[in-house]
Ligand binder design. Sequence first.
Ligand SMILES: Cc1cc2nc3c(=O)[nH]c(=O)nc-3n(C[C@H](O)[C@H](O)[C@H](O)COP(=O)(O)O)c2cc1C
Length: 195
Amino acid sequence: MTESTIAPIDYLTSRRSQKLVVAPAPTGEQLAQILQTAMCAPDHAAMRVWRFAVVTQQYIAALTNLAIDATRRSGREITPEKEQNMRKWLGDVPMLLGLAYKVSHDNDKVPEIEQTLSMGAAVMNIQNAAHMLGFASYWSTGLGTYTDEVPEALGFDALDYRFVGFLALGTPKMKLPVAQRPDPMTMTHFWDGKV
Ligand SMILES: Cc1cc2nc3c(=O)[nH]c(=O)nc-3n(C[C@H](O)[C@H](O)[C@H](O)COP(=O)(O)O)c2cc1C
């Protein structure tokens, strides 16, 4: 199946996360196109909670250092082997997207769970759009996501934002086979109308 013959729905079923991504990253124009799809996420009361911090390749080493140091400072262990693996992986990644949403704690109409879901839907659109343009992505909540320092350094203070991790975004390092997925009917039933 070549890209030109893929039906739109097959893009959705052929996407798979890919940790190993390399340069080139999306161009500015492609990134704008990808992010535009995030704006189409379901959004109760048009809250527009989605926020992104683009980390281009030149700053990924600095972010890696911060993530490792901040994680250790927060009391979580990173073994030397894990650190080495992280550095090796991120040394090839050409772009990271920091993912956050602007949280509204006291919205009567839209509880926080709906804001979280909207952010998740936005990220899903980004991952699918990246795939449609021939890129791959990988959502990670490593890299100091659950420290205060990393989100704050990216401009997302804990009072106003929920930081939900990073997307590594780039060109797939290798072609992976289509992933085996569950049969959705094992997770679905038709309601019989009885109350
Ligand atoms: C919010 C979120 C955070 C994640 N964080 C990690 C992570 O830190 N490390 C990891 O190995 N996978 C993580 N994953 C899983 C991968 O991004 C990916 O979804 C998984 O490997 C399955 O691949 P698939 O998307 O092709 O089904 C996370 C997924 C989500 C939704």
